[in-house]
Design a protein around this ligand. Structure first.
Ligand SMILES: *[C@@H]1O[C@H](CO)[C@@H](O)[C@H](O)[C@H]1NC(C)=O
Length: 296
């Protein structure tokens, strides 16, 4: 719209200058060029009317990607965010569409904060999460899952498109506003990574060592589950941050530099949300609920 008005409205000083000049010119030309002036004025009037008609049609049409395409406007900011829920335009313009997010704290839900962080990727660097395991390291890992479960509304529950909704665990079932219990995938993923850390340090983690000896099948099931969950997580994220290379003294070939910079969602934000909605006591199973035959 600003573009349209820009071409029609001129600064007033320039307008006044044009009027004075045009007045003098018209008096002289009227006597000399009656016909050309008539034709010029008629053509100008016609062009103006056509322009106004096109402008009015554009302004009267609600801005959608369809009308943007019709008028050949692709750079107007109001054209790019429309029709995200229209299936038809989703098929036509896949580059404009973001899929609905199943995440609870997604940018679509107003959680937009990101921190710029550089990974500590050095293979030889010191990190409190590297071995040898000790009591401090145990506490650091445990900080990643400060709660077990939290409470979500029925709306939030359904927005995540969960499986087996008929046997979903409700909080206060039968109440007017039933809530459901949930936990964050990131917290479980961290716990899985910790399990793998323990699996590679069995001399410290005697309990795990005992479990492996007692029931190797179950122990491997747990380890493989964690490897497979983290594999899918990494594939799903498809992190295209670029690892660059450096020349290093005494090294013949290029050396990869894993200290990449990234935009990270702050963990604390999620942790605060989880704590605020914590369910301290897991609900016990009521009579007559729909149960699944086996593990989901
Ligand atoms: C890297 O290590 C520094 C110092 O220990 C720490 O402050 C920073 O948060 C770490 N960065 C990441 C992405 O873990």
């Amino acid at each position: 719209m600003s573009r349209l008005t820009l071409s029609l409205v001129r600064p007033s000083s320039e307008e006044e200058w044009s009027k004075e000049t045009a007045d003098g010119y018209r008096k002289h030309a009227y006597r000399t060029f009656k016909l050309p002036i008539f034709l010029l004025v008629t053509t100008a009037t016609f062009t103006c009317l056509v322009g106004m008609f096109i402008g009015a049609t554009y302004l009267a049409t609600p801005v959608s990607s369809d009308s943007c395409r019709r008028f050949g406007i692709s750079t107007l900011s109001s054209c790019s965010t429309q029709d995200t829920h229209s299936h038809e335009s989703a098929l036509e313009q896949p580059h404009l569409i973001f899929p609905p997010s199943q995440e609870l704290l997604s940018p679509q839900n107003g959680f937009k904060t990101f921190n710029t962080e550089r990974f500590n990727g050095s293979a030889t660097g010191i990190s409190p999460y590297k071995r040898p395991p000790n009591h401090e390291l145990e506490l650091l890992w445990a900080d990643y899952w400060p709660i077990t479960a939290f409470s979500i509304t029925a709306k939030q529950y359904h927005e995540t498109n969960p499986q087996h909704q008929e046997s979903g665990v409700q909080l206060h079932p039968g109440s007017e506003e039933p809530h459901y219990i949930g936990t964050f995938a990131a917290m479980h993923q961290m716990h899985c990574l910790y399990n793998l850390f323990k699996a590679t340090n069995l001399e410290y983690y005697e309990e795990e060592k005992g479990e492996l000896e007692r029931n190797p099948g179950r122990w491997h099931e747990m380890v493989d589950h964690c490897v497979d969950i983290l594999r899918q997580k990494i594939e799903c994220d498809r992190d295209t941050s670029v690892i660059t290379y450096n020349w290093v003294k005494h090294k013949r070939g290029p050396v990869a530099n894993f200290n990449v910079e990234r935009q990270c969602r702050p963990w604390q934000e999620m942790e605060d949300w989880a704590r605020e909605h914590e369910v301290k006591k897991m609900p016990s199973k009521p009579e007559g609920v729909v149960e699944m035959d086996g593990f989901p």
